[in-house]
Design a protein around this ligand. Structure first.
Ligand SMILES: [Zn+2]
Length: 120
């Protein structure tokens, strides 16, 4: 269970990615998502979150750009990783080829051994 604060209205919600029950805001773009993550207990102690919540409700909360920018970078890195994994070839094929190569090698070794043993 995570604790997060809605970046629009300052209400409590259960996670950074979930929709706000109060104002209906849901973070979709990466910057909003980063701000939402910043205002969750993954990034802040509960006390800070409570302060942020109060400030948002009063309308005088400002995000620290460098913190948000760091989370944006992390999210983008992860997105790139997910994208790379999605487009990479199935893992089974190279493994299958390697196994085939191993079988051929072992067969060849046995054949060589057999020839050496049966040689007059
Ligand atoms: Zn809200």
């Amino acid at each position: 269970m995570t604790l997060a604060i809605c970046i629009k209205c300052g209400s409590r919600k259960i996670s950074a990615c979930s929709q706000c029950d109060i104002c209906g805001h849901r973070s979709v773009d990466v910057e909003d998502l980063a701000r939402s993550m910043y205002l969750s207990d993954n990034c802040q102690p509960p006390k800070e979150l409570k302060d942020a919540s109060r400030q948002i409700k009063q309308g005088n909360f400002t995000f620290e750009d460098r913190h948000v920018a760091r989370i944006v970078a992390e999210l983008q890195e992860q997105a790139a990783l997910v994208e790379r994994l999605r487009h990479s070839k199935p893992f089974g094929l190279p493994l299958f080829l390697r196994a085939m190569l191993l079988v051929v090698l072992i067969t060849w070794l046995i054949l060589m051994l057999w020839r050496t043993l049966t040689e007059p």
